[in-house]
Design a protein around this ligand. Structure first.
Ligand code: SF4
Ligand code: SF4
Length: 223
């Protein structure tokens, strides 16, 4: 089950990005209604394709604002995180790590003790939860995207996705033969990748995106 709920008022931000990203000639082919429909479609939920797109290139959707490092309530550490931090800080580890109810957490968050000049001082060794942010697990342990009002990842992902729908619509109108060929290509490449357990799908789709990344330009605000 997909628990991701995109707030209605955040759609305005997505629209602003799209209007900025589309070149003037696009507006000759697409109506405002069709743009709104593309935004509705893009924000109605998170698919495994979206998650794999993010995992294959998180930096394309992250504004690098550092808000997640300034506002984190608590950072749960895995045993592997603690081992890594232990090798970095040895006897000073207790200054950075605390134990509560048998679980390990970073001490000193809000802002995180490792944030300096908007950069993570342990970037290559940062905890798993930081590497995955803003991805999380739903109650069925399926991967999904969490909504944090300060994080622009869902906005950037949705704008990218909506632009894809808009481009598809424009191609349908202006070049039906190309549109048909694209549909057939997507059918043959994606159908098998959308079967099986979520984890297997995401691994297969992420591999696919990495292998084909030169086809995609995920940089925000570009169509
Ligand atoms: S460990 Fe690094 S990435 Fe994680 S919250 Fe702290 S500064 Fe941010
Ligand atoms: S809050 Fe979101 S957009 Fe900002 S740095 Fe963190 S992940 Fe990136």
């Amino acid at each position: 089950m997909n628990l991701f709920k995109f707030p209605e008022d955040a759609k305005k931000e997505v629209k602003k990005k799209i209007l900025k990203g589309l070149k003037p000639q696009a507006f000759k082919e697409i109506t405002t209604n069709e743009i709104d429909e593309a935004i509705d479609e893009a924000t109605k939920g998170i698919t495994n394709i979206d998650l794999a797109g993010f995992i294959s290139d998180p930096s394309a959707f992250c504004d690098k604002c550092g808000e997640c490092c300034r506002r984190c309530d608590q950072i749960l550490l895995t045993p592997e995180d603690v081992t890594i931090l232990g090798s970095l800080f040895s006897s000073a580890l207790h200054y950075y790590v605390k134990v509560e109810d048998g679980k390990f957490f970073l001490r000193h968050t809000k802002p995180c003790v490792f944030l300096r000049k908007n950069k993570c001082m342990i970037y290559n060794f940062r905890p798993l939860v930081c590497r995955q942010f803003p991805l999380t697990q739903d109650e069925n342990r399926n991967l999904t995207l969490a909504w944090y009002p300060y994080c622009k990842v869902p906005i950037n992902m949705s704008a990218f996705k909506a632009l894809g729908f808009i481009m598809k619509k424009i191609i349908e109108k202006t070049d039906p033969a190309l549109s048909k060929a694209m549909e057939e290509w997507a059918e043959s490449h994606f159908t098998a990748l959308k079967e099986g357990r979520q984890a297997d799908q995401i691994i297969a789709l992420t591999k696919f995106f990495k292998e084909h990344e030169f086809y995609f330009n995920k940089k925000k605000g570009q169509a």
